[in-house]
Write a protein that binds this ligand. Structure first.
Ligand SMILES: Nc1ncnc2c1ncn2[C@@H]1O[C@H](COP(=O)(O)OP(=O)(O)OP(=O)(O)O)[C@@H](O)[C@H]1O
Ligand SMILES: [Mg+2]
Length: 471
């Protein structure tokens, strides 16, 4: 398996970093200032996912000759980590004698109840003798971030322009000898909605060639639909929160997501032990999904969702970095090709049930097989087809053949004739009844008229005719 494009094409120089040029220059000046002895304020990188926040922080450290002390917001829950952080911040250089960058990634995950809540972090950062970078997606969504926001310099990371993304993807295609058409590449870039990580992952999924057609297969206009990158983020999550975040950012239904995870556990987890534990968690998730469906209790959704994503991801003992070619769920392929067939069967049972006064479920369970047998009888089939008013597809289903066959056409034709005949006869019979009724009405009318004769001599009320009174 190949290396992930996000690792393989991780920028090595500031020039290779795509977009947000002003922010890059600002950060470079800040780093140079630190190196020449002027301690700068912590920087808070913020903006949408996948546009290079963590990437730029790592790049700055590398190109400034700094070591790295990296923590994720969820690591800050333990007292130990906080102490380590305080240590790193208070010592001017690491054991190697070099300065180190303190990177607190994804601080929007901070919780008030965390031991290392914003307050604790803040007091450490204020005293820091080392450069500090914090990253977050949305610095205004979480109130806890307000003090951090105030004591840092804010550095915004905007969505990356799609043309810049397309240019970068083009360079990669050339290096990797991936055939591409420039329009397809632009489409891919647009679909990524300014998120270079997702664009790189899509490109890797399309390594066979980038064309307008193939781009459509990977994801629609709405990048949230792209299940490939969601899956990858889920499988590789290191924390519960990361997996949850990836899951929430996708719009795939729980049911569908479980199918994708199921199909791709073996693709991602190549070690036996992880394979087993991954499936174990997935089966726990599907127990809840079943309950949700049966009891219509959506409160349980959270369990199903967490177990099938974070549960599966964190159950692994090994980390996987190579690129995995995720598969479209086989089950879905089978189901979608059978969907039309199922709809046909249900419709057929309903039709039969209407005539036999039973529910379509009963017909499906008991009568259908019997009717199929009766259909084998040449004389019987047209009668049944006429009685149930079956169309060619339904007849074909009962005969176990295709609608275009001669057999189906004959049964359908004969059934049509029978129906026309029966309609004609019904009409004839009805006409007889109609005639009789008309005669009866006439007779009754003349009877009433004779009885009401005397009243007719009274003066009529204005506006009410004789006819109206009679009825
Ligand atoms: N501006 C960029 N220039 C070059 N490569 C980039 C850029 N942005 C993202 N990448 C690529 O995408 C990968 C993911 O980007 P990164 O981890 O920096 O995203 P992020 O902004 O931190 O997202 P999140 O908010 O989800 O943490 C990087 O490893 C890198 O390969
Ligand atoms: Mg990041």
């Amino acid at each position: 398996m190949a290396e992930l494009f996000t690792d393989k094409f991780f920028p090595k120089t500031f020039e290779e970093f795509v977009g947000n040029t002003e922010s890059v220059s600002f950060v470079r000046r800040w780093a140079d200032a630190w190196n020449s002895g002027t301690n700068g304020k912590p920087l808070l990188f913020y903006g949408q996912t996948g546009n290079g926040k963590t990437c730029l922080a790592l790049l700055v450290a590398k190109l400034s000759g700094w070591d790295l002390f990296e923590l994720n917001a969820s690591d800050l829950r333990s007292k130990d980590t906080i102490e380590k952080l305080a240590g790193a911040a208070s010592q001017g250089s690491s054991l190697s004698g070099r300065r180190r960058l303190i990177l607190l990634d994804e601080v929007d995950g901070l919780q008030a109840r965390d031991r290392g809540g914003a307050g604790a972090i803040l007091s450490i950062l204020r005293e820091s003798k080392n450069p500090v970078i914090l990253t977050a997606n949305d610095i205004y969504a979480n109130q806890k971030l307000s003090p951090l926001r105030q004591s840092s310099e804010l550095v915004q990371f905007k969505k990356i322009n799609y043309l810049s993304i397309a240019k970068r993807l083009g360079e990669i295609c050339e290096k990797e000898s991936i055939p591409f058409d420039p329009e397809g590449l632009k489409e891919l870039a647009k679909n990524s909605a300014g998120d270079l990580r997702s664009a790189l992952l899509d490109l890797q999924a399309l390594a066979g060639g980038v064309s307008a057609e193939s781009v459509k297969l990977v994801g629609g206009r709405n990048r949230r639909e792209n299940v490939f990158s969601v899956l990858q983020r889920i499988f590789r999550a290191k924390t519960f929160g990361e997996a949850q975040k990836a899951r929430f950012e996708s719009e795939v239904s729980q049911d569908l997501l479980e199918k994708w995870v199921e199909e791709n556990i073996p693709v991602e987890f190549t070690k036996q032990e992880d394979l087993a534990s991954g499936f174990d968690y997935l089966s726990k998730a599907s127990v809840f999904s079943g309950r949700i469906f049966r009891r219509q209790n959506y409160v349980l959704m959270k369990y199903a969702s967490d177990l099938s994503t974070a549960g599966v991801a964190l159950s692994r003992n090994n980390d996987y970095h190579s690129w995995a070619k995720y598969q479209f769920p086989r089950m879905l392929r089978i189901l979608s090709s059978n969907r039309a067939q199922r709809a046909l069967k249900t419709g057929l049972c309903k039709k039969i049930g209407e005539q036999t006064h039973s529910s379509s479920k009963e017909v499906m369970a008991h009568d259908l097989a019997f009717i199929k047998m009766l259909f084998e009888n040449k004389a019987m089939a047209p009668n049944l087809a006429a009685a149930f008013e079956l169309d060619e597809k339904e007849i074909a289903f009962l005969l176990g053949t295709k609608p275009e066959t001669k057999k189906v056409k004959t049964v359908f034709g004969e059934a049509q004739l029978l129906r026309e005949k029966s309609i004609f006869e019904k009409r004839k019979a009805l006409a007889g009844v109609e005639e009789k009724l008309l005669k009866q009405i006439e007779a009754r009318k003349s009877e009433t008229e004779t009885q009401e004769e005397p009243e007719m001599q009274e003066p009529e009320e204005e506006g009410i005719s004789k006819q109206t009174r009679l009825f």
